[in-house]
Design a protein around this ligand. Structure first.
Ligand code: MG
Length: 391
């Protein structure tokens, strides 16, 4: 994307993943700013979705899976209720919309592509879209002529730092990582860590998978790949630094030696607001955040203890379906760790072994990406089973 955003600040908003963490915070921002919400979608029909729908009377309401609560949703919101994946994709294609994609998982990829094919502005929080489907998403962006705006805190920070700058003058992008709960430990200390230890993230409250991905640094590896697609820079210009306070959200170093950083309280509502208002900075009440109360420290990532970071760089450089396999294998491995089927250190082993068995293929469509995803899951499951067998 170009550093300058071209989003009209009054574009009608569609929220995909409306009951999730990004979705509810997007609705908080929309409520605070009095923005128009024309669509909300969630994976399942639920009382929570019906309650949100009642608050936004102009919104089409999509539940991909009607489940047991589908008819209750229709009773509550009438003809505004729609069901199924087609309805989700139609909603993502709403003309001239600002589509916030907060869907968790691979289901978000099709919605991203639909939004971009329709020429919409896509505020992207769904990781899989760019990590797994980068080549396909970038094709859809070029085809539709809309815009792709990061919602992830690090990429939003980079976008803020790049406003008014020429990408040709960037020496490197520096993504900050909190380092997760195991920062400062060495490999041997991680052999027996429990699920509870790994879920205790020091600064950000997030879902279970992304919290484990933060503990392995795989989350940062995904963000490196996302940055590559979002800003169109090669991997050797994308760096990671560990910054445990999570106050500096990322930095850009320019060829003249100048470094710009974006700093603020860790609060996802900032990057969400920045994205959906086109960077126009509507005022919000002061948060009480006090920079004088924060130490800002930086250290290099420990690439031996946390090999997932370099697995991510390697998959990113391979390109094609390798990042999709990286993501799928990691999801399988993290689920196996959470189910106490494999130890923490085996997460990287399962991902690495899966990547070794992944062919180099360029995906031409969402179906190609999803096929690669499914194949990597099968391979990763076999490796999980063999780790269990050896244990
Ligand atoms: Mg992030």
């Amino acid at each position: 994307m170009p550093p300058e955003q071209t989003v009209p600040p009054d574009a009608p908003i569609v929220v995909l993943g409306a009951t999730g963490s990004i979705g509810t915070q997007t609705l908080d921002v929309a409520r605070r700013l009095g923005l128009q919400v024309v669509g909300i979608a969630a994976r399942r029909a639920s009382t929570e979705l019906a309650t949100i729908a009642a608050e936004w009377p102009d919104a089409v309401v999509v539940a991909v899976d009607p489940g047991d609560d589908g008819s209750a949703l229709t009773d509550r919101v009438g003809v505004r209720a729609r069901f199924g994946e087609e309805a989700l994709l139609e909603l993502a294609s709403t003309a001239r919309a600002m589509v916030v994609n907060g869907i968790v998982g691979a289901a978000g990829l099709r919605a991203s592509v639909a939004a971009l094919n329709a020429g919409n502005h896509l505020a992207l929080a769904n990781k899989e879209s760019l990590v797994a489907g980068g080549p396909v998403v970038m094709q859809a962006l070029a085809r539709g002529g809309g815009s792709l705006i990061p919602v992830d805190s690090e990429h939003s920070a980079l976008a803020e730092c790049l406003v008014g700058e020429d990408l040709g003058t960037v020496r490197r992008l520096v993504l900050t990582a909190s380092g997760g709960p195991f920062r400062g430990m060495v490999r041997q200390q991680l052999a027996d860590v429990s699920v509870g230890d790994a879920l205790a993230h020091p600064t950000w409250a997030m879902g279970r998978r992304v919290t484990i991905d933060s503990a392995t640094l795989m989350n940062k590896a995904f963000e490196v790949i996302e940055a590559h697609y979002l800003f169109g820079l090669p991997y050797d210009k994308i760096d990671v630094t560990v910054h445990p306070q999570s106050i500096v959200h990322s930095l850009v170093e320019f060829v003249d030696g100048s470094i710009k950083a974006q700093i603020g309280e860790p609060d996802m509502r900032h990057p969400i607001q920045y994205a959906i208002t086109g960077g126009t900075r509507p005022a919000v009440p002061p948060s009480g955040f006090d920079l004088t109360q924060s130490d800002l420290t930086f250290e290099p990532p420990d690439r031996v203890t946390f090999p997932c970071l370099d697995l991510g760089y390697a998959a990113g450089r391979r390109g094609g379906i390798a990042p999709a396999a990286l993501n799928a294998a990691d999801e399988v491995a993290v689920a196996a760790f959470l189910a106490e089927r494999i130890p923490f250190l085996s997460i990287a082993d399962v991902v690495s072994a899966t990547l070794e068995q992944t062919a180099d293929v360029t995906p031409g469509s969402v179906d190609d990406v999803l096929a690669a995803d499914a194949e990597a899951r099968r391979i990763a499951e076999r490796h999980v089973a063999s780790v269990q067998h050896d244990a």
